[in-house]
Design a protein around this ligand. Structure first.
Ligand SMILES: [Zn+2]
Ligand SMILES: [Zn+2]
Length: 426
């Protein structure tokens, strides 16, 4: 089954997202703001990309003396002129870099640069204002203040089609958000952050956006379960999360997918195995189950390595159950320069074992490019479109803030098996 490597689509261009899941993505930051990757490493106190990775995996010696220093250094990684891309180090006076007073997110080296940029920046300023608040509020997920607790679904999963449906089952969130808003960590955050505490209403909205990103993962898995017509009430299900990286596994808790149990109360047992070379050490790093998860509960485990390795080393030896569904959160294979090494064997495996799969994407362009690659691999793409459970938290492109934001899990591609090829009749 020697398939040729698909060529990247014509529109292929390495993008510099704020999310750099590999070395390639990390250094493309420099194509927009020369030197930015070095600033990030310096500010996060690392020597090179290997250190950065190690730190994400909890192995590095990244240590900040205080929360103030941590937030300050994080903010410093956004300090460059949004108009001419100059870093503070290339200015005669690094303090000349001034922040837009509206969004408190982008910087300019001179009044002239700011004036020149305004016609573009004004379209993104209020969005960037939200982004810069969310970036800090996200810390409350690491402290455990977020996400807020959720209710068991009072309606069948098939009737819950969007966030509004979901929110309508949650009742009044005030009593759950109040302790977070008035909590010690929230106070600490704004004491140490490089900006004043926002208005309560703004903070409340930010709490929701940050939580929506967290819940979006479980709900996207749920979307895949619905699309593939799997019935968690009739038998236990095994779900593999391929290409899992630090987004899903850094600080992950064994309860992270519990929303699935509220979605399908009393199910027969759900197992989620996170697999990827960037999986981070933590409590979820435990062996997968050979058979079924405990009834009514979600069991999360993790494997650090490429998916086809996991398949050969663990599944084929009978040490883990075969998947009923495979999910990938923005796998990024459309921008992977060597598709062959990482994703190609995985994609071919999913195709040849006819496994229902759902992958999510940050934006429409990423979806289009990914569809093209799947089609070139003769895979049967069954459904695509905007994900009704997309994260509501906007994400800026770190090196080019004045661009439309992307959202985690904003689009999905659902595919299974190979395309039927029409046999010519003799
Ligand atoms: Zn400038
Ligand atoms: Zn602004």
């Amino acid at each position: 089954m020697a398939k040729p490597l698909p060529a990247p689509p014509d529109t292929f261009a390495p993008s510099s997202d704020s999310v750099y899941s590999d070395q390639f993505g990390f250094y493309t930051l420099d194509s927009k703001v020369p030197g930015l990757s070095q600033v990030i490493l310096d500010k996060l106190k690392m020597k090179d990309y290997k250190d950065y990775r190690a730190a994400l995996e909890g192995k590095g010696k990244v240590g900040f003396h205080s929360h103030k220093e941590m937030f300050q250094n994080m903010e410093d990684t956004f300090k460059f002129c949004a108009c001419c891309s100059k870093l503070p180090s290339s200015l005669p006076d690094p303090r000349a870099l001034k922040r837009c007073i509206k969004c408190l997110n982008v910087y300019y080296c001179t009044k002239e640069c700011q004036r020149k940029d305004w016609s573009l920046h004004k379209k993104f300023c209020s969005m960037l204002h939200k982004v810069s608040i969310d970036r800090l509020v996200e810390w409350l997920v690491h402290t455990g203040d977020l996400p807020f607790s959720t209710e068991v679904w009072s309606r069948p999963a098939k009737d819950i089609r969007c966030w509004d449906d979901w929110l309508s089952m949650q009742g009044d969130l005030t009593s759950r958000l109040e302790p977070v808003l008035s909590g010690k960590n929230m106070t600490d955050l704004w004491t140490n952050a490089c900006r004043p505490r926002p208005e309560e209403a703004e903070l409340r909205d930010s709490l929701w956006r940050v939580c929506s990103e967290f819940f979006s993962r479980a709900l996207s898995v749920g979307l895949g379960i619905k699309m593939s017509h799997l019935d968690p009430y009739s038998r236990p299900l095994t779900i593999h999360l391929v290409g899992a990286g630090h987004n899903e596994t850094l600080g992950a808790r064994t309860t992270d997918m519990d929303e699935l149990s509220r979605m399908f109360p009393g199910h027969q047992g759900l197992e989620v195995v996170m697999v990827g070379p960037e999986v981070v050490q933590g409590p979820i790093m435990r062996p997968p189950l050979r058979a079924f998860g405990p009834r009514g509960r979600v069991y999360i485990s993790a494997f650090k390595g490429l998916y086809h390795q996991f398949w050969e080393e663990v599944i084929e030896r009978g040490e883990a159950a075969k998947p009923d569904l495979v999910v990938g959160f923005h796998p990024g294979f459309h921008a992977s320069p060597g598709l062959g090494e990482g994703w190609l064997p995985t994609l071919l495996l999913l195709r040849d074992f006819n496994i229902p799969s759902i992958f999510t994407m940050y934006n429409n362009a990423e979806m289009e490019n990914s569809i093209q690659i799947l089609i070139e691999l003769e895979m049967d793409v069954k459904d695509t479109g905007p994900n009704p459970f997309s994260s509501q938290k906007p994400e800026q492109v770190q090196s080019r803030p004045n661009k439309p934001p992307s959202h985690c899990n904003a689009f999905y591609i659902y595919f299974q098996g190979a395309l039927e090829t029409q046999q010519e009749e003799e």
